[in-house]
Design a protein around this ligand. Structure first.
Ligand SMILES: [Mn+2]
Length: 326
């Protein structure tokens, strides 16, 4: 037990709601906002365990994130050590340098390790740090997955952009009506262990060494195809201007429009409200002030490059990765 693992450790695992985030140090302010919003909507009668998987955090970030802890919302930190699996992923990412944002860090892949790292849990939630909760995460956790391995929301951005639609269909063999976003996941960890999810993913990486558009998300869609429960859109909602619709339960500032980079971003009020409770408000404001038009152009160019890459990869005659029949 480290001094950073705070809160009461309940032995009755069936009553704990485990929520996982994966971050590198520079994402600490955003994860603090997401956690602050999660806590603001938590049910006092329930117990939440937030686990931050990271690759090394500065001491002040540990301390500040720890400040968010409440009686029924604990925060654990887990520095993911570089296992043989992870080294393989890092080497794979290094070979794809310049192939897009998703290859910039192996942290994107940490979510695939949750089932393996935490055999004490049978069910868990994974959330991206660029999110803000508008309702109680327990409601998501209590969703019945039935026979499915994971629950996730169909990726609307993919459905809206033709090169993305063609890419998922041709390069992955997944129709856009089925392709989900991996920013919010309800995970049946028991089933993920049973199908050896991590091993399957590593095998696909080794076998194809494919240059994909959104690697970890693409692997999830291919490996779990047909076994994904489509959650209500509100659990991974695109922010809108002004007041958010009642159906929105979690806002995801997906892709490159982030309220901490510029003014006028849809759903910015919700983000700043969470930021006020995060302990990072002033810093985030300063960060936004420092962001130049040039920085935003660079982000826009990255989106364009990603769409161009999808268009190119969509030309393939057969899928780039194919799941083995076990
Ligand atoms: Mn995201």
């Amino acid at each position: 037990m480290s001094i950073f693992n705070t809160g009461k450790s309940l032995l009755n695992k069936s009553k704990v709601i485990p929520i996982f985030y994966t971050i590198s140090d520079d994402y600490a302010p955003y994860v603090a906002c997401s956690i602050a919003s999660l806590i603001a909507h938590a049910d006092r009668k329930k117990y939440y365990r937030i686990v931050i998987l990271h690759d090394g955090l500065k001491f002040h970030n540990y301390v500040r994130l720890r400040n968010l802890v409440t009686k029924n919302c604990e925060i654990q930190f887990h520095r993911v050590s570089h296992s043989i699996y992870l080294k393989m992923i890092i080497a794979h990412c290094a070979r794809k340098t310049g192939a897009g944002d998703f290859y910039s860090s192996a942290v994107y892949y940490y979510r695939s390790f949750i089932a393996r790292l935490y055999p004490i849990y049978n069910k868990a939630i994974y959330v991206d740090s660029d999110t803000v909760f508008l309702s109680d995460v327990a409601e998501l956790f209590e969703t019945n997955l039935g026979d499915n391995i994971v629950g996730a929301v169909v990726d609307k951005k993919v459905a809206e952009v033709k090169p993305f639609r063609d890419y998922v269909k041709n390069a992955l063999g997944v129709p856009h009506t089925e392709y989900v976003n991996s920013g919010v996941l309800l995970l049946d960890l028991k089933k993920l262990r049973k199908i050896h999810y991590l091993t399957q993913m590593i095998n696909l990486i080794n076998k194809y060494d494919a240059n994909l558009v959104a690697p970890d998300q693409d692997y999830l869609n291919v490996i779990c195809k047909g076994k994904i429960l489509h959650l209500k859109e509100g659990w991974n909602a695109a922010p809108v201007k002004g007041l958010q619709p009642k159906s929105s339960k979690l806002l995801h500032y997906n892709l490159f429009k982030k309220p901490w980079q510029s003014d006028g971003v849809d759903g910015e009020e919700v983000f700043w409200e969470a930021a006020r409770k995060s302990g990072y408000f002033n810093e985030l404001q300063k960060q936004k002030a420092k962001c130049t038009v040039k920085d935003i152009r660079i982000k826009e160019a990255q989106v364009e490059a990603l769409i161009a890459k999808a268009a190119e990869l969509a030309k393939v005659k057969e899928p780039l990765i194919k799941k083995d029949n076990l």
